[in-house]
Design a protein around this ligand. Structure first.
Ligand code: SAH
Length: 266
C-alpha cells in the first residue's frame, strides 16, 4: 500500500535556512514529513523555523547527516532533481511521472527525492546515485526554480498520485488502509514488474558497495585505468541504475567479482 511515511525529501548543502523552512512547509501541506538535510550551512536556525510556520515539527524531526550516501543508504528508489541537461543523459521523468513512481514504489521500499544547492544544484556524482532524474518543465529564459518552490511542485505531484491511488479518499487518513493497491499498474517499470517480484530491490548502499567492488575488479584485470577513466564508471553506473538489480542478483554479481579477484591473485 502507498505510504507517504516511506518518502523522504533530501536537501543537499542548503545555503539559506529560509529555504529549509519553506521546503518543510511545502512538504507538510502535501502530507510529507520526513526531511533529511545533508550538511546544511546554517541549521538549526530560527529563520528556518519561522518560514516553516506550522510545519516546525518537520524541522524539529529533520535528520541532519554529513553525506548524501548516509541520507539515502536504505532507499530502494532515489530520484534526483535537475534544473538543466547534463552531459550524460539519464532516465528522465516529468513531475507527474515522478509522483506516480514514488507512490507506486512506496509500498515496496524507502524512497528519496534529492534536491540540490541553491547556486549549483546537484553535482554529477550525486545525480549518478539516482535511478531517475526529474525535471520540472520551465521557461528556457529562466529554468531554475527557487529550491523550496521545486520541493512544492514535486510534493504536490506526489500528493496527486497519492490521492489518485485512492488511499485518502477512502479513509480520510494519510496512512490508513485504502482500497486494493493498483498503483503498480502505472509504474514506469523500465522492464521490471515490481508487483510480483520475488526479491527485494537493492538499496542505495548495496549499489554503492557494488560500484566500489566493480571498479576494484576492473582495475585489477586492467580493463579500467583510474588515471584515464573516460566515462567508464559513469556509464556502468547508469547501466546498473537503469536495470535496478534486486538483492539476489546483486549477490550473484558480487560473487562473480570476488571470483575474478581470486583468480587474478594478488
Ligand atoms: N543553478 C542551479 C540551480 C539550482 S536550483 C543549476 O543549474 O543546477 C536549486 C535546486 O532546486 C536544484 O538543485 C533542484 O533540486 C531544484 N530545482 C530548481 N529548478 C528545477 C527544475 N526546473 N526542475 C527540477 N528541479 C529544480
Amino acid at each position: 500500500m502507498a505510504d507517504l511515511d516511506r518518502v523522504r525529501v533530501v536537501l543537499v548543502n542548503t545555503t539559506h535556512p529560509g529555504n529549509i523552512g519553506a521546503a518543510a512547509r511545502a512538504m507538510k501541506n502535501m502530507g510529507l514529513t520526513r526531511l533529511y538535510l545533508v550538511k546544511p550551512r546554517d541549521f538549526p536556525s530560527d529563520k528556518a523555523r519561522w518560514r516553516a510556520a506550522s510545519a516546525s515539527d518537520v524541522i524539529e524531526q529533520a535528520v541532519v547527516v554529513e553525506t548524501l550516501d548516509e541520507a539515502i543508504a536504505d532507499c530502494g528508489l532515489v530520484i534526483g532533481t535537475s534544473a538543466r541537461d547534463r552531459s550524460i543523459p539519464w532516465p528522465l521523468i516529468n513531475p507527474e511521472e515522478c509522483g506516480r513512481q514514488v507512490i507506486g514504489e512506496s509500498s515496496n521500499h524507502e524512497v528519496a527525492i534529492v534536491f540540490g544547492r541553491e547556486a549549483r544544484g546537484l553535482k554529477n556524482e550525486e545525480l549518478q546515485k539516482c535511478q531517475f532524474h526529474v525535471h520540472i518543465p520551465t521557461s528556457h529564459a529562466y529554468p531554475s526554480l527557487n529550491l523550496a518552490m521545486a520541493v512544492q511542485v514535486i510534493s504536490y505531484e506526489i500528493r496527486r498520485a497519492f490521492l489518485d491511488d485512492g488511499q485518502e479518499a477512502q479513509t480520510g487518513e494519510d496512512s490508513a488502509a485504502g482500497p486494493p493497491d493498483n498503483s503498480q499498474e502505472s509504474i514506469l517499470s523500465l522492464g521490471v514488474e515490481q508487483r510480483h517480484w520475488d526479491q527485494e530491490f537493492s538499496t542505495s548502499e548495496d549499489l554503492e558497495l557494488f560500484f566500489e567492488h566493480l571498479e576494484r575488479a576492473l582495475i585489477k584485470i586492467d580493463f579500467h585505468d583510474p588515471d584515464n577513466p573516460r566515462q567508464l564508471m559513469t556509464r556502468l553506473r547508469r547501466l546498473f541504475q537503469r536495470i535496478r538489480p534486486d538483492k539476489m542478483e546483486m549477490n550473484i554479481l558480487r560473487g562473480i567479482l570476488t571470483s575474478i579477484e581470486n583468480k587474478t591473485g594478488e
